[in-house]
Design a protein around this ligand. Structure first.
Ligand SMILES: [Zn+2]
Length: 171
C-alpha cells in the first residue's frame, strides 16, 4: 500500500463526467454567502441551464468533481480507471472487494495521520484523502456495474422506501 504514496498529486485529478442529459458539465468556483464568511467553494454544474443538475458544494475543486462523478446526475465513463489501482482481469466481485479493502486501508491511514497530528495541508494527507474520495467514487461505479443479487432484488418490505444508501461517510 505504501507504493501509492509516490503518486504525484496531479495524477489524481479526475475528469469531469458528462451529465446524464448528455451535456457537458463544468467546475465552477464561487464565493459563499456572507454568513459563511464568503469562503471560496466549488461545485460541478451541467452546462445546460435548463437541465439544472449540479453536484455538492465542496471546499476543494477535485472533491467537487468526484462528488459530481459519483452522483446519479452524471454518467460513468465507458472506460473507468482509477489512477492508483489496477483492476484489470478481476471479476466484478473481486473489484468490489479490492475497493472495500482499499477504502478501509485509506481510512485507517488517515486516522493514523490525524493521530500523529499530521496537518491536512501536507502532501501525504492530501493524497490519502483524495485517494479515499476516488475509491468512494469507484465504489458507486462498481455497485452499478457489478450489482450483487440482493441489490438487484431488494426485499419486498423495503420496496416502498428506496432509501439511498449514504455513501458519503466522512472519515
Ligand atoms: Zn444536464
Amino acid at each position: 500500500m505504501n507504493d501509492t504514496n509516490e503518486n504525484p498529486i496531479y495524477e489524481l485529478k479526475p475528469e469531469i463526467n458528462f451529465c446524464t442529459c448528455g451535456c457537458e458539465a463544468r467546475l465552477v468556483k464561487e464565493r459563499s454567502a456572507e454568513s459563511e464568511k464568503g469562503k471560496l467553494r466549488y461545485v460541478v454544474r451541467c452546462l445546460d441551464e435548463i437541465c439544472g443538475h449540479q453536484g455538492r458544494y465542496t471546499q476543494y475543486p477535485w472533491q467537487a468533481i468526484l462528488e459530481w462523478n459519483k452522483s446519479p446526475m452524471s454518467e460513468f465513463p465507458e472506460d473507468f480507471q482509477i489512477p492508483f489501482m489496477n483492476l484489470a482481469g478481476l471479476s466484478g466481485e473481486e473489484i468490489r472487494q479490492r475497493l472495500n479493502e482499499h477504502r478501509m486501508a485509506l481510512e485507517q491511514k488517515i486516522k493514523q495521520l490525524r493521530a500523529e497530528k499530521v496537518s491536512g495541508n501536507t502532501e501525504e494527507m492530501k493524497i490519502a484523502r483524495l485517494q479515499l474520495m476516488w475509491v468512494i467514487y469507484a465504489q458507486s461505479w462498481a455497485k452499478l456495474k457489478f450489482p450483487r443479487e440482493d441489490e438487484l432484488n431488494p426485499p419486498e418490505r423495503n420496496a416502498e422506501t428506496p432509501a439511498p444508501t449514504g455513501q458519503t461517510q466522512e472519515a
